[in-house]
Unconditional design. Sequence first.
Length: 430
Amino acid sequence: MSILEVRVPNIGGFKDVGVVEVLVKPGDSVGADASLVTLESDKATMDVPSPFAGTVREVRVKVGDRVGEGSLVLLLEVAAESSAPPETAAPAPAATPPPPATLPTPVPVGPPMPSPAPPSRAESETSPPPSPSGLAHASPTVRKAARELGVDLSRVTGSGPRGRVLQEDVQKYVKQALAGQVSGGAGLDLLPWPKVDFARFGPVETRPLSRIRKIAGANLARNWVMIPHVTQFDEADVTDLEDFRVKLNAELGEAGPKVTMLAFLVKACVAALQRFPEFNSSLDGDSLVLKRYFHVGFAADTPNGLVVPVVRDADRKGVLEIARALGELSAKAREGKLGAADIQGGTFSISSLGGIGGTAFTPIVNAPEVAILGVSRLSVRPVWDGERFAPRKVLPLSLSYDHRVIDGAAGARFTSYLAEVLRDMRRAML
Ligand code: CAO
């Protein structure tokens, strides 16, 4: 037995390349040419193969490390007779061997996740960005495994960084398929999309979809198809709150953040989520994961499409702090500067179209969340107070939820309570 150092081979001139997947751990037996780690530059994904069959002794890299040709990947224990000087390995503790000529096959990678999020930021956490070439974001090893198992990688949800499809995602997908849980387009047996030569009927202009729109579209379509949606409509009398908001903005003047209804809505939703915890949950197979944190996402309209930044720990923030966060995140969203941390971890979303108009709409649940609140334009309406009609400011609410998790009665209770809180925000403190 001897120990060999396995190093990064010649990878075609790429330097400072990220380790995106470590495919082995100490104690694993590997065959010659088995993939050990996956590297990814901004142009290609490549696996570092094992030069010999052997047993992994120590792994010297981790996901996120930056490596280049000659970097030490791991120590491999091999049978003495097979340890002739290899191309990609050197006996320990010998000095770094000259890098071999091996060039792993680069695979084009999908586009990186945009800094702005698609509506399903889980998205950003769990959904692979569609690549223009149709290639899923996965290493050559994972591709090979998927090919052998007959798995269409574009249907697999990646749990790796930037939505990368990992080996275990393929395994999970196969298990689900065997258990009959995989639906998606394949199970729907749909007609092909109509192909029409529109130019035959009049002048047309063809514009490519922005990357955000493509990603958002794929997420929305999945959520629409896979989640049994119900939308509960309600309205809240926000007369006092709106008067207070206007007064508050006048007091704050230029110095303060601009406080819109959305900041109060975030706070009111947190109160409702605390009272009805299943709205702040996610389905995970046969379990419901109830989150004890309250990160509220809000849909923001940007020139490139819809994104959903997240106000973190909204339960621990006051309305002014929330207003400030909304302002900062909206500005970043419009400039396309949202980072991963700005769009991940949301537990509930709000889509406010109130600044634009409309009376009601049916928002699509932002998976893996289970509910989303749509808000339309408030209007002044005559409301019967028991003795007479009085002019009141009424805010329309449209709550869509995943009926697998939330029953209709719970949906109605949630919006009723939310309306109560919005009528008198002191209730949020109870
Ligand atoms: N009713 C009446 N007026 C409202 C209102 C409501 N429900 N909500 C906001 N407004 C008013 C604001 O008070 C503000 O008025 P002033 O200009 O007079 O001060 C105006 O509308 C514009 O508000 P805003 O849009 O700047 O601020 P916001 O906090 O309400 O919203 C943001 C911020 C980022 C959510 C919003 O700009 C946006 O992008 N909305 C679109 C979201 C979207 O596309 N949702 C659909 C997703 S599903 O396809």
